[in-house]
Write a protein that binds this ligand. Structure first.
Ligand code: 5RP
Length: 266
């Protein structure tokens, strides 16, 4: 039976089609690798769900890789009867997890978490991490600290010999942030910028700002660097996650591998 479409609706459909087509072209032309990277993120994000069992309390990280974990956990709840509760590490993850039907609890209402799955901006051979590219480092670190195990999901662009090519995110108080930046600058001897979103600074879920320290790949001792940075009044938290990561689910051109930290808890 022929379907009649009003001219108005037809134009709207056509506009939608053109928009979708343009997006697709941008996606491929701007960076032909983008689609591959997205596929790798999805593979890693989904594979990490193998660490999750019914009855677990699960920390839900933030970012474009762990987003796939959250989506998959939602699917496992709906289709496979998985029973878990989640603690999100950001308002964005809280929104996504709610949409996916994952029951959420407050961290304060539970006595620790079984596992947290989260992304990372860099990891080194000792499983030390830089996190905070998504400005969620404070909640991510609190949740990681409360978890019995931490699994990182990443694609192989995140593997480095020495941390620091990715600018180190540091959450700072808005109060007197210029002075905090100067103190960080003196300590790290590198450019430190307040992260901007358009005209204004990025404001975290906790009402703070993010300073990005351009150290370069020079953080040879992330443990001492973390404690030195935390000495500065005005610093709320730093995106160095030391001795927290137990396994990395890493997606690369040859597939997904799970690297277990020999000194970890898994
Ligand atoms: C957010 C984070 C993210 O986990 C990190 O930036 C990695 O994100 P993505 O998976 O999008 O690369 O630390 O604060």
């Amino acid at each position: 039976m022929p379907i009649s479409v009003s001219p108005c609706l037809w134009h709207e459909l056509k506009a939608l089609q053109t928009f979708a087509f343009t997006l697709l072209i941008d996606f491929w032309l701007l960076d032909p690798n983008m689609a591959d990277v997205e596929a790798l993120k999805r593979e890693a994000g989904i594979e990490a769900c193998k660490f999750v069992r019914t009855g677990m309390k699960v920390g839900l990280g933030t970012g474009s890789t762990v987003k796939h974990t959250v989506i998959e956990l939602g699917r496992m709840i709906r289709e496979e009867g998985l029973e878990i509760v989640g603690v999100p590490t950001s308002l964005a993850t809280e929104k996504l997890a709610t949409e996916m039907g994952i029951p959420l609890v407050e961290l304060s209402d539970v006595d620790g978490l079984d596992i947290v799955i989260d992304g990372a901006d860099e990891f080194d051979p000792n499983f030390q991490l830089i996190k905070g590219g998504g400005a969620a480092l404070l909640r991510e670190k609190i949740v990681a600290q409360e978890s019995s195990a931490m699994v990182v999901v990443a694609d192989d662009r995140k593997r480095v010999e020495t941390l620091g090519a990715f600018p180190l995110p540091i959450e700072v108080t808005p109060f007197s942030h210029e002075a905090t930046i100067r103190a960080l600058n003196r300590l790290l001897d590198c450019r430190v910028n307040i992260r901007m979103a358009g005209e204004g600074p990025v404001i975290t879920d906790n009402g703070n700002m993010i300073a990005d320290a351009h150290t370069g790949p020079s953080i040879n001792n992330p443990i001492s660097k973390e404690s030195e940075i935390l000495q500065i009044a005005g610093v709320v938290q730093v995106g160095l996650f030391n001795n927290m990561c137990d396994a990395i689910v890493l997606a690369g051109a040859n597939g997904v591998e799970t690297i277990i930290n020999p000194k970890g808890r898994l």
